[in-house]
Design a protein around this ligand. Structure first.
Ligand code: NAD
Length: 296
């Protein structure tokens, strides 16, 4: 066994592989998901303890990781009646690794301060393959360097690059900005393929050229061929989650009175795709929506 007892809340596409790494590296781990059956089966499969509820997990753990869909779900599991915070002790840490709103994270950290429970944000980039391979990039917003050092052995179990970004909320701000770039790259590369096809170019040939040219990016290299042209639409990252992330960046632009045009446009572009589909669809299905608009 190594280090402190860890709790992990949220056993989805990302939380499950992260939990596997923690157990494989010798951490003693308690897990919880709102899906009871999933919690029990998965805990048994990896050799972790299944918590019957959030309070049980909070009481058992010195460090609790949340890997949940949104910041409002994180707030709910931390502050609700029978939630994490009620049973955690002074000096314990909640580290939110979801992609949440930076402002909400700062508020939660302030609210928890009275009880001595420390809140940090450590969102990740690298997708499901990064979580499975233990190669995630992790951006840590924490009150001081000592807290980053305390979290580092835990984060290193699934992260290859761990970077302190500043105070609480700064990791979440950084993550939203990264995903704004990823979302706008996917949208612009989709438009290029749609437009090129209309001109008479072959989409596979276009990707072949783009991927050894200056237009290449994560979307052209990993998504448009493997997920869109193949019609697999199974990247492991949903339309609802990417739209949320780009929306967080767009809101930052408004709140900071920057009012930048690209981030606002990218936000509404993804919202349109979400309205045409459903939040559980893979985010790469947005291509079909934009393609349909172009066909009108
Ligand atoms: P997911 O939807 O696959 O998993 C979320 C899990 O949380 C589910 O198992 C769900 O049952 C559980 N859950 C929901 N509400 C709960 C509650 N109240 N209590 C306990 N459990 C609850 O999502 P994911 O793809 O694993 O993403 C998790 C977070 O990581 C999101 O914030 C996402 O934006 C971020 N993220 C995802 C990826 C990716 O490629 N999937 C990459 C980087 C970051």
């Amino acid at each position: 066994m190594s280090g402190e007892h860890i709790g992990l809340v949220g056993l989805g596409n990302m939380g499950k592989p992260m939990a596997r790494h923690l157990v494989a590296k010798g951490f003693s781990l308690t897990v919880y998901d709102v899906d009871d059956l999933l919690t029990r089966d998965f805990a048994q499969e990896i050799g972790a303890t299944a918590a019957a509820n959030l309070a049980e997990l909070g009481e058992a753990s010195g460090i609790v990781i949340t890997m949940l869909p949104t910041g409002s779900v994180v707030r709910e599991v931390v502050t609700c009646d029978g939630g994490l915070a009620g049973r955690m002790s002074a000096g314990d840490v909640i580290v939110d690794m979801s992609s949440s709103e930076p402002g909400g994270s700062r508020m939660l950290a302030d609210e928890l301060e009275k009880s001595g429970v420390v809140f940090a944000d450590a969102p990740v980039s690298g997708g499901v393959p990064g979580a499975v391979n233990g190669t995630l990039t992790i951006m840590v917003g924490a009150k001081d360097a000592a807290l980053v050092d305390r979290l580092r052995p835990v984060l290193e179990t699934f992260g290859k690059k761990i970077i302190a970004t500043g105070g609480v909320g700064s990791g979440h701000a950084m993550k939203a900005l990264n995903n704004f770039i990823a979302g706008s790259n996917f949208a612009s590369a989709s438009e290029a393929l749609i437009l090129g096809e209309r001109f008479g170019l072959d989409r596979a040939v276009m990707l072949d050229i783009i991927n050894t040219s200056t237009g290449r990016n994560f979307a052209t290299e990993n998504l448009l061929g493997a997920q869109v042209l193949s019609e697999r639409y199974n990247s492991g990252f949903t339309l609802g989650l990417l739209t949320k992330d780009v929306g967080i960046a767009a809101t930052m632009s408004e709140e900071l009175e920057a009012n930048l045009p690209m981030v606002a446009q990218t936000g509404s572009w993804w919202r349109g795709a979400l309205e045409a589909g459903s939040s559980d669809d893979d985010h790469t299905t947005a291509y079909r929506h934009w393609s349909a608009i172009a066909a009108k």
